[in-house]
Design a binder for this molecule. Structure first.
Ligand code: CTP
Ligand code: MG
Length: 254
């Protein structure tokens, strides 16, 4: 009997279905007082809806799991119902946890069995272009267990000995070579089994999902990120996000 009748692992990955988990359960403390960050409006539409549309814009994505603020799942469900989203994409909403890592885990727990590629995307990066999403999926399909989009840094970065009181001068410990550094964005893409194992194994508080896979000793690869995939973190970022949307609207008009 020929082996040709069975898909090779590479073929299986190429045909794998892709789901996205969107952690959107944060408060947005650095943005200042107001609604949870993901529910704040950008040009009249909630940031979360922009983020969901950015993921659903990829033809490869067939399920989006939104991890809502712990007491906001019903509100998020009705927001998704109220906004036009592509027919081909299914949606699930689950309540989130205290830390981002907990929220991602709750999203992963809700994934149906038949998705072998998982992307994790911050609701706080509402404007990531579809080409970046597709590039991440492509690299996972090509066999990488974990993929992150990233950009070179504009600023030089210093490692310091953090001061105990805010505002005190901090001694510089080291200056890493800037050309070797990358600022990491989302969506980050994973072989699902690998990401699940990472969440079961790593209990440290981490700021991104790929670092958990690094801690398993597996190779994480970087693909080019995009300026418009920046994270809305502080009030000035809202101004930038609305300017990007205004520029897109202008360009679409011609
Ligand atoms: N997030 C989450 N659950 C948490 C904390 C964060 O799902 N317990 C999500 C946020 O909603 C956001 C993403 O993780 O989409 C990235 O986190 P960040 O930008 O830090 O958002 P917030 O935690 O909301 O902001 P802040 O740290 O300023 O409070
Ligand atoms: Mg946070």
């Amino acid at each position: 009997m020929s082996d040709d009748s069975r898909p090779s692992p590479a073929t299986a990955r190429a045909e794998a279905r892709t789901a996205v988990v969107i952690p959107a359960a944060g408060r947005g403390v650095r943005l200042g007082p107001g609604a949870p960050k993901a529910l704040r409006a950008l040009n009249g539409t909630p940031m979360l809806i922009h983020a969901v549309r950015a993921m659903a814009a990829s033809r490869a994505v067939s399920l989006v799991v939104v991890v809502a603020p712990p007491d906001g799942a019903a509100e998020v469900k009705s927001l998704l119902d109220a906004h036009a989203l592509p027919e081909r994409t299914d949606f699930l909403v689950v309540p989130g946890g205290a830390e981002r890592q907990d929220s991602v885990k709750l999203g992963l727990d809700a994934l149906p069995p038949d998705y072998d590629i998982v992307l994790v995307h911050d609701a706080a990066r509402p404007l990531v272009p579809v080409d970046t999403v597709d590039a991440v999926i492509e690299a996972v399909r090509d066999g990488a267990p974990a993929v992150v989009p990233a950009l070179p840094l504009a600023d030089t970065v210093k490692e310091v000995e953090p001061a105990s009181a805010a505002g005190d001068p901090e001694p510089v410990v080291a200056t890493p070579e800037r050309a070797r550094l990358r600022a990491v964005q989302t969506p980050q893409g994973f072989d699902r089994a690998t990401l699940v194992r990472a969440h079961e194994t790593i209990i440290d508080n981490v700021t991104d999902d790929a670092s958990m896979v690094e801690q398993l000793g597996l190779t994480v690869v970087v693909v080019p990120g995009h300026e418009e995939a920046f994270k809305v973190t502080r009030p000035l970022d809202l101004v930038l996000a609305e300017a990007v949307l205004a520029r897109r609207r202008l360009n679409d008009g011609f």
